[in-house]
Design a protein around this ligand. Sequence first.
Ligand code: SAM
Ligand code: DTB
Ligand code: SF4
Length: 361
Amino acid sequence: MNSSWTREKVLEIYNKPLMELMYEAAQTHRINHNPLEVQVSTLLSIKTGGCPEDCGYCPQAARYHTDIDNNDLMSVSQVKAQALRAKSNGSSRLCMGAAWRNIKDNADFDQVLEMVKTVNGLDMEVCCTLGMMTESQAQKLSDAGLYAYNHNLDTSEEHYKEVISTRGYDDRLKTIENANKAGISVCSGGIIGMGETANDRAGMLTTLANMNPQPKSVPINALVAVEGTPLEDQKVVPIWDMVKMVATARIVMPKAVVRLSAGRTEMSDEGQTLCFLAGASSIFAGDKLLTTPNPDINKDMELFKILGLSPKAPFVDGEKPKTKETAASCMSTKGNVKWSRPAHKIERNEKAKEKAKELRS
Ligand code: SAM
Ligand code: DTB
Ligand code: SF4
């Protein structure tokens, strides 16, 4: 069913007195979910750094000078070992991320398809986040056994122009549509703390909530301000903003899994507890996100114990995908999709790029 949320209505919810907002969100959560279960995912950066894009928040953009180790695409056996480790730590989902602008029909993509098959074979939900994706690429991933695809809107359409100039908002929406067409569960959310207004936050949630179908998973990230990126000086997001964002997402997308994502190292146990109460029902576990730190798994499990929470089993919300033979080789795919490149100037991004050039010379 298509929802028709207006930004004004979503902003009104976001701006409710916090006690009312949390109570309403907690009620919605209990009606639609088991409040004692949390879906636990592990992130794995299968290809790190050297990305051609200019996303102002991202330490993996080649043009900025950040302190990360670049790595080529992992082997299938390396991924399998990491997946088994994640599974033994209680994760039901492995989310593999690549620092790519978009998927290309080449040998690397074939290797990713093998990774997907392998991890699906371990009875884990497999998620990928590989940048922009065509319909045929989505179909190949689906045939290989992909459960979910993560592609974030990041922020409102207006604020997006202040953060990224190398890719357009419409292409993000198209990628999400392509995932849906292939029957892949969509994971899409965004980041707060990038200088956006409450109106921008409401705008992003409105676009997500009006999608048909709504995303099955909505990650809410607090910006991890990494030195060398254009957003390095952004202040840590107040926990109250996280609670408000989680609660609003919960109310406007009642069936979705709302993921308390990046930024948890800056949050107290009590702060995270308020997020769980307000409807967060998933976390990324393990001491690393893609390139930045995340709380230790033992610390997370201690908090789960205190709160009476337990990790959710895989495939509770959807069937395990069956691997189909068509997943074989993608080299034969014809036709290159032209994704957009707005290329407007973002002063902050230009400055960070210049600074990086100076540091390298
Ligand atoms: N390259 C692919 C893409 O951009 O779609 C996939 C990987 S990218 C790192 C996945 C998402 O991570 C981004 O869309 C963004 O929402 C999130 N992200 C990246 N850097 C972040 C940061 N410093 N803080 C919070 N979230 C971040
Ligand atoms: C999402 O929304 N957050 C994750 C996942 N999807 C891919 C990524 C967070 C990355 C934080 C910065 C880093 O570790 O590089
Ligand atoms: Fe590249 Fe993704 Fe980082 Fe943007 S967010 S620079 S596309 S890895």
